[in-house]
Ligand binder design. Structure first.
Ligand code: C2E
Ligand code: MG
Ligand code: MG
Length: 768
């Protein structure tokens, strides 16, 4: 029996070792391992005991061996109970009594035993008990505590009589309370985990985010259920080949870059950095969708590929929005061809490449001659129709050999590859001119519509594409107004541009050096010859005393935005001077200033005017702003809005140079103006030309009926003045009444006028 004792102890040691080994080597959960090992132990112990007893199959021996078995039982560190053949309790070992708090004697009392064991613990027959292996049940310890146990029962000694079977049975039990608790916890956790996984999958599904992971040591890629749905795949792990095949051919480089990043993570990037890339993947609907992949790379410690993984989001809709935005930014609404922005972008890219690749391009700018006539006679919608059809003709002519765009108003531009044929641009332009003629005859019932062009070669110089385009535009502006002119940029034009640039620099310095001054020209009331206003006209007075007229520098200023500075000076100085004269006691008169389109369309024009009034203290009613009709026609809706804003300040508005454009009087009426200024070209031939007289008096009559005052400019003779007075013209301006004069001279003029007005005679007077 000593041998048996040792074997049992050895078994226990082996069991503990096996438990640890199973747990670490096979990663079997601890509670499962405990149960497995325990039963192996039980089985072994029972086998050993049975083996010890097998030779003694007599009843006497059973009695004799009982003592030995009881001793072995006490040495076991598992619970053990010995029963007789009638399943009567014989003895429990110390481990059991320790666990349940009752002594072995206590348990001999059937009542106590029944308290401890569950009601159905007694198997109905010996056979059933013997068969009962791994019987799991809860015993109630003294004090009511529940102890989870598991039992194995075996016959360890038996003898047969004629009538009945007699034997000893040993039940070996294990306290598995801890493992049961672990099992329950595990079930609870896995339930929670399943729920949170469900919630996670749901949120991923709802937010339509897929997951793509590449784990070290695995050749395939894990894709989440959501990504499977997005891509129309039905496996959770896909190979590199399958993934690559899903990539759009154009995004192959992106895929290769991702692969490279896995082997060799980006320099300096750590595992917290979120990278982002976009690519197209063949998706469930068999079309390519755009996806954004936001991922992290965890550099692997081993030489295996790095962990890479992240969210895959379908951004196809955003991409579509982007392309709409791009369309809005780069496509002209009226003609549906590229706009100036796109032309500049492509042009600059071409400019940069052409240098390196030693190829050149022609840049052609086209302008529809007298386009405003169409607008005026056929209406804006027909004007737009012509623009669209012009664009279509142009695109048709250039086909694949060039790139066309509408670069503004009735201006179009072409970029044509230079193939060494200097006549090419002219041939293309002439072809467009021919087709446009036909088109107009059909669609606009006009006799002819023509277009003019300016062009230049990219390789002929220019520091960037903008400068090349400027040259083509400048050449176009060199045409003398004749139709169908085609002008190539040459040295003469170049010299003019250079002179313009020199003038621009000079003008910028002149502004800084306060070389600009205002001259004032009187405006006379034709009814009584009184002074009712003055027009402020800018002059550039060079240090040597040369007076430069505005016609020589205002266009340069307009192109270079120096005009903003000039206009700010004019506005402030005109108000300041007028206020000063009012303060000196001269009868208050209106001062008129001229604004260019650049000034007028500034968003803060109203604020600038108000600021000048506030700073000088002049009342708004003494300021008049002159605008030309071509300026107002540029963008009529915007012009009306700006004019109304200015008028709301209490400032007057005049339409300057009326008659030089093509606008009809009915059209002018929609503008909120108070004064119409008849251009000098109408006045010049008044005396000898009957038609001029009729036009002028008709205009004055219609204006009067619309409660718009009229003023004639450029009056040089008394005859002109008298005709205008007779025709009902309200006011007059011209050399006949007074030339533009510097402030001191104008002050003398005012003083003289004031004296005259003091006299009772109200006659039309001639001043010179
Ligand atoms: P505008 O506003 O139509 O000014 C009238 C122009 O006609 C003035 O020329 C004036 O000197 C000239 N003029 C007036 N009476 C007669 C006349 O009886 N006979 C002739 N032959 N000419 C006469 P100016 O001062 O050379 O100005 C030319 C244009 O320059 C102005 O035309 C206006 O458009 C522009 N301008 C003048 N000053 C300014 C300014 O301060 N700002 C802006 N933006 N433009 C200005
Ligand atoms: Mg004017
Ligand atoms: Mg004028």
């Amino acid at each position: 029996m000593n041998k048996l004792n040792k074997s049992v102890t050895l078994t226990a040691v082996l069991a503990a070792a096996a438990l640890t080994a199973m747990n670490t080597a096979f990663r079997i959960p601890q509670y499962t391992a405990v149960i497995l090992v325990s039963f192996a132990v039980s089985a072994l112990v029972l086998t050993l005991i049975a083996f010890a007893c097998v030779k003694h199959f007599t009843k006497e021996r059973i009695i004799r061996d009982r003592e030995n078995i009881l001793r072995i039982m006490q040495s076991l560190n598992t619970m053990a109970v010995l029963w007789d053949s009638d399943f009567r309790y014989i003895e429990a070992n110390a481990e059991l009594t320790k666990n349940i708090g009752y002594t072995s004697e206590d348990l001999a009392d059937m009542k106590t035993l029944q308290k401890v064991l569950p009601p159905d613990a007694f198997a109905p027959s010996l056979q059933a008990i013997v068969n009962s292996r791994d019987e799991e049940f809860t015993v109630i310890a003294k004090g009511g505590a529940k102890v989870n146990t598991i039992w194995n029962t075996s016959i360890i000694s038996s003898s047969e009589s004629k009538t009945r079977q007699s034997c000893l049975m040993l039940s070996i039990g294990l306290d598995i309370s801890e493992t049961v608790r672990m099992k329950e916890d595990l079930i609870k956790y896995s339930k929670e985990l399943a729920e949170s996984e469900k919630r996670y999958a749901l949120s991923m599904g709802l937010s339509e985010i897929g997951l793509l992971l590449k784990e070290p040591g695995k050749s395939g890629y894990y894709i989440s259920e959501q990504l499977m749905t997005m891509l129309g795949l039905n496996v959770m792990e896909i190979s590199e080949g399958v993934l690559r095949a899903r990539f759009h051919p154009a995004d192959e480089m992106t895929f290769n870059a991702l692969l490279a990043a896995m082997v060799n993570p980006y320099a300096g990037s750590d595992s917290d950095t979120i990278h982002s890339t976009e690519f197209r993947l063949l998706s469930a609907d068999n079309t390519y969708h755009w996806y954004q992949f936001r991922y992290k790379i965890s550099p692997a410690e081993t030489k295996l590929l790095a962990n890479i993984g992240g969210a895959v989001i379908d951004v196809t809709k955003d991409k579509e929005k982007d392309s709409i935005i791009e369309k809005m930014a780069y496509i002209d609404d009226v003609t549906q061809i590229f706009n100036r922005n796109k032309f500049m972008q492509i042009g600059q890219e071409t400019f940069e490449c052409s240098h390196d690749m030693n190829i050149s391009y022609w840049v052609v700018v086209l302008d529809i001659d007298n386009f405003h006539i169409i607008n005026d006679t056929c209406g804006y919608q027909n004007g737009n129709k012509l623009l669209a059809e012009f664009a279509a003709v142009m695109q048709n002519v250039i086909t694949d050999s060039g790139f066309g765009a509408r670069i503004g108003g009735d201006n179009f531009a072409l970029l044509i590859r230079d193939v060494g044929d200097d006549e090419l641009p002219v041939r293309i332009i002439k072809k467009i001119q021919d087709k446009v003629k036909d088109l107009c005859a059909e669609s606009f019932s006009l006799q002819t519509i023509t277009c003019s062009a300016g062009y230049c070669k990219m390789s002929d110089g220019g520091s960037d594409f903008a400068q090349v385009l400027d040259r083509a535009e400048f050449s176009l502006s060199m045409s003398d107004g004749s139709k169908s002119s085609i002008i190539r940029y040459d040295n003469k034009i170049h010299d003019k541009i250079i002179a313009g640039t020199a003038l621009e620099n000079e003008l910028a310095a002149a502004i800084e050096n306060n070389e600009l001054a205002l001259y004032y020209q009187p405006k006379i009331d034709l009814s009584d010859g009184s002074l009712m206003g003055m027009e402020a006209l800018i002059r550039w007075i060079k240090p040597d005393g040369t007076v430069v007229p505005p016609s020589q520098f205002i266009p340069v200023a307009e192109n270079s935005l120096l005009i903003t500075k000039i206009s700010a000076f004019v506005l402030k100085e005109a108000c300041r001077q007028n206020k000063e004269w009012q303060d000196k006691g001269y009868p208050p008169i209106t001062v008129s200033i001229n604004l260019t389109a650049v000034d007028f369309y500034q968003t803060d024009v109203k604020e600038s005017i108000q600021r000048a009034l506030d700073e000088t203290g002049m009342e708004a009613e003494w300021l008049d702003v002159e605008l030309t009709e071509s300026l107002a026609l540029k963008d009529i809706d915007h012009a009306i809005k700006q004019m109304e804003d200015i008028k709301a300040l209490g400032v007057k508005l005049s339409m300057d140079d009326f008659g030089t454009g093509y606008s009809s009087l009915s059209y002018i009426q929609v503008l909120p103006i108070t004064l119409l200024k008849l251009d000098r070209s109408f006045i010049m031939y008044l005396e000898e030309d009957e038609i001029s007289r009729e036009i002028v008096s008709a205009v004055i009559r219609i204006a009067k009926s619309k409660k718009i005052e009229t003023i004639a400019e450029g009056i040089e003779t008394i005859g002109q003045a008298e005709i205008l007075k007779k025709s009902g013209c309200d006011l007059a301006q011209g050399y006949f009444f007074g030339k533009p004069m510097p402030a001191d001279k104008f002050e003398e003029f005012m003083a003289m006028k004031a004296k005259q007005q003091a006299k009772p005679a109200v006659e039309l007077r001639v001043e010179s």
